[in-house]
Ligand binder design. Structure first.
Ligand SMILES: [Ca+2]
Ligand SMILES: [Ca+2]
Length: 305
């Protein structure tokens, strides 16, 4: 019996093998399929081999052949392309007033696919949250997974770094995605040093002044309204001191000072100031008795308007 041809079919492609007289085997150097075998049935490409002799007989073996020959015909192909991770929320450099901000990300791999069991989400150097962690929701989508995670403990005011990584089914780890955010749950400090509340004056010109600060998201913006009218830009110096000149109207004036940090947290102080430019008028006086006896008491009574 003389063997004439040996062919191998892999992924629908037929290849001729050649006889190696020194080894006595039929051989070929072949190029693996360009895609991972992970998504094939059984996670392998089945190889089918057919040998034909000069009498026209054929012998075949394939991955479904029982025993060692069948197992040897299961070609595992691993791809080498890393998954991609895109953090969709919070945005880069976000300044947040929510101390348990929702984190969303897209994990994609277009070959072997995302192995969601390898998901690792960390905030700063805290514990790693995986795909089954409390607060984690994973949704399979075309090409991968979308994830939503809510931190289970509040994040302190200040800067934080979110780090997410995942691998595909062929063991390729993504380049970790990171996002820097700042949490600010605290309104700015605000002190109005002048005027004091319920201040009364006979001068129309008044300087409103004070200090402000914010530990996390300064500089603070100051807005002054007088009787509901915005008094325009207020300069806050590097130490947090600010002043604003205003012009009072006769009677009761309401001054509202609002400090706003970059996280939009606000602190408000209201001052009531009365402007009175009218001099008192003495409209009537009585002295009783008048005339009065020398060395005796008398009563003076004044009416003022
Ligand atoms: Ca991949
Ligand atoms: Ca703040």
């Amino acid at each position: 019996m003389a063997i004439q041809t040996v062919k191998a079919v892999i992924n629908g492609q037929e290849h001729n093998l050649t006889y190696n007289s020194s080894s006595g085997k039929w051989e070929a150097t072949l190029t693996a399929p360009g895609k991972s075998s992970y998504n094939q049935s059984g996670h392998y490409y089945g190889v089918a081999v057919t040998a034909t002799d000069n009498a026209g007989n054929t012998g075949t073996a394939s991955a479904s052949t029982s025993g060692a020959v069948g197992e040897a015909l299961r070609l595992v192909v691993r791809e080498k392309v890393k998954p991609t991770i895109s953090i969709t929320s919070p945005g880069a450099g976000a300044l947040l007033t929510d101390s348990t901000p929702t984190i969303t990300a897209q994990l994609r791999d277009d070959d072997s696919g995302i192995d969601i069991s390898t998901l690792a989400l960390k905030i700063d150097s805290g514990a790693t949250a995986g795909s089954t962690a409390t607060g984690m929701t994973v949704t399979q989508v075309t090409g991968g997974y979308d994830i939503i995670y809510t931190p289970q403990t509040t994040l302190a005011d200040g800067a934080h770094t979110i780090t997410i990584n995942v691998s595909d089914h062929d063991g390729n780890a993504a380049t970790a995605a990171t996002r820097s955010i700042t949490i600010d749950t605290t309104p700015p400090t605000l002190d109005v040093t002048s005027p004091q509340d319920n201040y009364a004056t006979n001068r129309t010109a008044l300087t409103v002044s004070g200090t402000t600060n914010d530990a996390t998201s300064g500089p603070v913006t100051i807005r002054v309204t007088l009787n509901g009218t915005d008094q325009g830009a207020v300069t806050v110096n590097s130490s947090g001191a600010w002043t604003k000149a205003v012009t009072l109207r006769e009677g009761v004036n309401t001054i509202v000072v609002t400090a706003t940090d970059r996280a939009e947290k606000t602190t408000t102080i209201t001052r009531t100031v009365t402007l009175n430019t009218t001099a008192p008028v003495i409209s009537a006086v009585t002295i009783t008795p008048n005339p009065v006896d020398a060395g005796k008491t008398f009563i003076i009574s004044v009416t003022v308007k």
